[in-house]
Design a binder for this molecule. Structure first.
Ligand code: NAX
Length: 329
């Protein structure tokens, strides 16, 4: 057995937290041989509920769970952490403008970025889920002095998984046959699930699903609007599927589960200028990973005019978000 990975989860008493913690503690994020220590951050009013979650984690008697620490102080929760899952965020209230949401969340992520830099382990890696995830990750990175920006990522994996499942259903194949599905751009309704470069059973997805009107229309809108459809149906936003996607994101990045040969996964990462995405913006890209903390953008993919136009709109949105929080960067 290796020494425990210290994992921070913020917003740990929330609904994603409730689904996520049990997956991490059972070994699904870092593998069956790696113990984990959970360091959970919440706002003071949620600490009581968080204690209840910790009691349930105890009661599950996970052999890999090496410890649980609860706190309402970021520096305490982040002490020595190797991986930080930033899930907690302020939800958009009634009548709240997107700019207000960006600002309110920005305040959370400036503080948490600074606390991560001062308290985290030297190999710290950060995955942001709390929305607006890409820009929150940008803010955290900008305020984490001394930590390389590429350690800050945001989650677009739920969008990838949603897209794979829609393609699999349409093609009538198991979802595992859908590979090479990249989600480009922002985690927002402007995201771009890239069906042109996706593969189904090893063949180009567009050869298996020849109905391009469906791909450009219903497929795209179903994936982009899936979050809203879940809220309408469930009366609450996606939680278990979001937690599952985060397990996938971290496991591929640094949980010992590299991307399969020839395949890639989607991560929102600081752009190096690839594919015309301005340097520094945190955008969804296809990446390969080594499972040990390194990722690389897949180069040389062709984007159709349709996809390029959509990506430009998503990048424009990311730039507007960056401009709206310029004073926090
Ligand atoms: P919940 O409202 O159930 O939980 C959020 C938790 O965060 C609450 O317990 C709250 O007390 C806590 N919190 C708020 N501010 C905090 C702070 N400063 N420090 C620590 N904790 C804090 O939301 P949940 O459904 O769990 O969703 C969490 C976030 O994920 C939301 O921002 C949501 O929009 C976002 N999502 C992102 C997705 C993605 O694909 N990137 C998909 C799912 C989800 O919608």
């Amino acid at each position: 057995m290796s020494s425990p990975v210290r994992v921070a989860v913020t917003g740990a008493a929330g609904q994603i937290g409730y689904a996520l913690l049990f997956r991490i503690a059972s070994g699904q994020m870092f593998g069956p041989d790696t113990p984990v220590e959970l360091r959970l951050l919440e706002v003071p009013p949620a600490l009581g509920a968080l204690e209840g979650v910790a009691m349930e984690l105890d009661d599950a008697a996970f052999p890999l769970l090496a410890g649980i620490e609860l706190s309402d102080q970021a520096e305490t929760a982040f002490a020595g952490v190797n991986v930080a899952c930033l899930v907690g965020a302020k939800p958009r209230g009634p009548g709240m403008e997107r700019a207000d949401l960006l600002k309110d969340n920005g305040k959370i992520f400036t503080g948490q970025g600074a606390a991560l830099a001062s308290a985290g382990a030297s190999d710290l890696k950060v995955a942001v889920v709390g929305n607006p995830a890409n820009t929150n990750a940008l803010i955290a990175a900008a305020n984490a002095e001394g930590l390389p920006a590429e350690r800050f990522t945001a989650m677009v994996r739920l969008d990838e998984n949603r897209a794979k499942s829609q393609l699999a259903k349409k093609a009538g194949v198991p979802v595992a046959e859908v590979t090479n599905l990249a989600v480009w751009g922002n985690h927002s309704p402007t995201m771009v699930p890239d069906f042109d470069n996706a593969r189904i059973g090893g063949r180009p997805a567009t050869e298996v699903i020849t109905d391009r009107e469906w791909l450009e229309g219903e497929f795209l809108t179903t994936v982009q609007q899936r979050g809203k459809a879940i809220i309408d149906a469930r009366g609450a936003s996606s939680a278990a599927s979001a937690a599952s996607a985060l397990v996938d994101h971290v496991a591929n990045w640094c949980g010992g589960k590299p991307t399969a040969d020839g395949d890639w996964v989607s991560m929102a990462i600081p752009s190096d200028g690839s594919y015309g995405v301005p340097e520094g913006l945190i955008s969804g890209f296809p990446v390969t990973t080594d499972g040990n903390g390194t990722y690389e953008i897949v180069q040389g993919l062709e984007l159709s005019d349709f996809a390029q136009q959509k990506l430009q709109a998503s990048v424009d949105e990311l730039q507007q978000e960056r401009d709206a929080v310029a004073d926090m960067l």
